[in-house]
Write a protein that binds this ligand. Structure first.
Ligand SMILES: Cc1ncc(COP(=O)(O)O)c(C=O)c1O
Length: 384
């Protein structure tokens, strides 16, 4: 299998991840935070280390402010539904994933919230002056996709964070496509709320994500229930992370995430970033040579034009004249080359690219992708 769908979920996982999960399942598959026998203590320690690893990766000083969720979607829902009240206003970019757009539209229907969309330049970058202008009025949250899952455009979140801080507005970053691939420092970038999946760039199995909330941000959890702490009380504990984590966690996936974040910390985000950037450039350069193929994105101006130095990440979207994305996928499927086609849960981004409603073909390389795998994709696309 040639796997080029890492923007959906990463594959393969780093060495040791499957073994760690397998060992948990076969040797000590017990609950955490509820009991004091040795296996339970071992599980709790692994979860503790995983939280510490995430704190190190994102420069979070208090790891208890990191809450494990099912995925990035659950993390974003928790924050949006916790923060936004009747008639609140949310400000988003024009490239948001449905993980932000749908909960907001639900809140619009049920709580009459206002959703404002930032203007972007011709490439898709948020226009800073528009952000400044819109923040002059009361905005309850700025929620921005760090990188587009459709065409890899990376927003300048450090500048956006600084502007939000100046205006005293909460700033939430959807880092589903960048966590583990691009350096994120919540302090340096003034990020109040960070949401990410474990199974994409953080290289864990599916079923775990996290939400970070800066100290001082408090709202009720989405789900109330047992935490293994303060069980004599009929109400949710007030302390973190128990306040926000009810019920048994997805321990197996968290143990996988502990191992994969250990791998990322050892390799460093810088090295991972450079490697993914090199393989993505190789992909783009080769796609650029194919006649009749249109690439989308800020640094994909075509073979005759200079490449822009603007930052991008690994999802690369394209179309081939005369074929629909699903026709292309059918041909690639027969060769066991895995890409994604359609709207990639981000219709807003396709409206921006003018590729709505058919969408695009998206190839997304991962840390382990090899040039020869890209060559196989390119050869098949050339034959098309
Ligand atoms: C930008 C973005 N946000 C959110 C999500 C949702 O992630 P998850 O499937 O882990 O909930 C995705 C997944 O593709 C994404 O690309």
């Amino acid at each position: 299998m040639i796997y080029l769908d890492n923007a959906a979920t990463s594959f393969p996982k780093p060495p040791g991840v499957a073994e760690a999960v397998g060992e948990y399942l076969s040797e000590y598959s017990v609950s955490s935070g509820r009991s004091s026998y040795p296996a339970a203590v071992k599980v709790s320690k692994k979860i503790f280390t995983c939280r510490q690893n995430i704190a190190k990766l994102f420069n979070i000083s208090d790891a208890s402010r990191i809450v494990f969720t099912l995925n990035a979607t659950a993390a974003l829902n928790t924050a949006l539904k916790g923060i936004l009240r009747k008639n609140s206003t949310a400000l988003i970019s024009s490239l948001e994933h449905n993980a932000i757009a749908r909960p907001l539209n639900y809140l619009k229907e049920t709580k009459n919230i206002n959703i404002l969309t930032l203007k972007s330049d011709k490439d898709g970058y948020i226009i800073k002056e528009d952000l400044e202008n819109k923040l002059a009025k009361k905005i309850d949250i700025v929620a921005v996709n760090h990188a587009s899952n459709v065409f890899g455009l990376v927003q300048d979140i450090k500048t956006i964070g600084a502007i939000c801080k100046k205006h005293g507005t909460l700033f939430m970053v959807d880092a589903a496509q960048t966590a583990g691939e691009i350096k994120i420092d919540v302090k340096d970038m003034n990020i109040d709320i960070l949401a990410a999946s474990g199974h994409k760039g953080l290289l864990s199995p599916a079923g775990v994500g996290f939400l970070y909330l800066r100290k001082g941000i408090e709202f009720p959890p989405l789900v109330h229930g047992g935490t293994g702490s303060n069980s004599e009380q009929s109400i949710q504990p007030k302390f973190w992370p128990d306040k926000m984590e009810s019920g048994t966690l997805n321990i197996g996936s968290i143990i996988g995430l502990e191992k994969s974040t250990e791998f990322i910390l050892k390799r460093t985000v810088k090295e991972i970033s450079e490697k993914k950037s090199a393989i993505t450039s190789y992909l783009i350069q080769n796609l650029n040579q194919i006649k009749g193929l249109s690439l989308y994105g800020p640094d994909n101006p075509g073979p005759d034009k200079p490449r822009s130095d603007k930052k991008r990440t690994s999802p690369v979207s394209f179309n081939i004249a005369g074929k629909t994305p699903s026709e292309i996928a059918e041909i690639l499927n027969k060769k066991n080359i895995c890409v994604r086609t359609g709207l990639h849960c981000a219709p807003m981004a396709h409206k921006f690219l003018k590729t709505y409603p058919e969408g695009t073909v998206r190839a997304s390389a991962g840390y382990f992708t090899k040039e020869k795998e890209i060559d196989r994709l390119i050869a098949t696309l050339k034959s098309i």
